[in-house]
Write a protein that binds this ligand. Sequence first.
Ligand code: XUL
Ligand code: CO
Length: 435
Amino acid sequence: MEKYENIKKVNYEGVKSKNPFSFKYYDADRVIAGKTMKQHLKFAMSYWHTLNASGSDMFGGNTMDKTFGESGMKMFKKKADFAFELMQKLGIEYYCFHDVDIAPEGKTLEESVKYLEEITDYLKEKQDKYGIKLLWGTANMFGDKKFMSGAGTSCNADVFAVAAGKVKAAIDATIKLGGTGYVFWGGREGYDTLLNTDMGLELDNLAKLLTMARDYGRKKGFKGDFYIEPKPKEPTKHQYDFDVATCSNFLRKYNLTQDFKMNIEANHATLAGHTFNHELRTARINGIFGSIDANQGDLLLGWDTDQFPTNVYETTMCMYEVLKAGGFTNGGLNFDAKARRQSNTTEDILLSYIAGMDAFALGLIKAAAIIEDGRIDEFVKNRYASFDSGIGKKITSGKTTLEELSEYAMKLENIDVESGRQEYLEQILNTILFG
Ligand code: XUL
Ligand code: CO
């Protein structure tokens, strides 16, 4: 990695600019639908991809060096120095981390917690100096070999206890740094074969871990949101937190809906066979929309590629859902994304963030334009107009019975269902996107 001193501030220069190190759409203080772009988008840097991912894959080693020529705690301090300079140069005001992203791992939990305390002192100073905030924290409970059968769903009670200890320390770190969220991504909480799995016990135990985390956090004064991050597969064949609908059912069963919302990741949505906006919509209508892990997958590949998001159709429909949900409260847009293995320079990190931030800025502009234009919302409203009065109104307000509906239906002849007009609506979307 190059020295951060070489990174220059990235400014908004507009679409005509040919300067690769400028924003073409992201104009932080521009007001869209009543708020600045910065307030709407709440961009966050993911520590793991940006400071740690080094380009290795199943077939080859690192293509990037992110050690800063150091090791141990010294290296992690250098990473922090770089991270805060990078965020400042990009105008990113939030970041997210796992415990192991920010500090060395000790041989015991006790040793790891000591390192975490030392580095969070350092990060706190940096936050104050740079005016940068923590969006959310989490604990990595999937990397170490003891987590091979899961953490909260492990078959081994000692592993469950270590997981609980890690969650406690990561919640402490999150509170200390003023984070407004705490994430549970299901790591290896799932199974590879039911032949060796007690699914009922595993899910009950997972709920116990989440409940204890909630109780501990609240006791310590944490007022932010707890999040579950749905993902259907990878690393296990079947992850329990399959998608938003599955997680919603889990939260209801275990009485956790008051404190837990969804952290929705685009690439996880497509792995589940859904669109990103399907997942966002499902969360919105269930009152559990919380935060976003912004990235994109490759539909020709069957795994979690965590690419920087550049697909403007997706960012537009995402921001449409965010606007309709009333915007972020404790959540934000965390770039859970990494530069490709072949994009292996410091410049590529900057260019990746610029591309992702611009794609979301453009998505926000276009989403606001769709709402302002009104034709799509109006179409949907009119499509269901039969529920606004008469028998339809009786159905939606719960004031009818099967008998009454049957009697009503007996008298009906030739029912014409309105055209869905999909192509017409897609054409409207294109004219708004491309002018
Ligand atoms: C894994 C993933 C994680 C979570 C945090 O697919 O998305 O990085 O976001 O643990
Ligand atoms: Co994620």
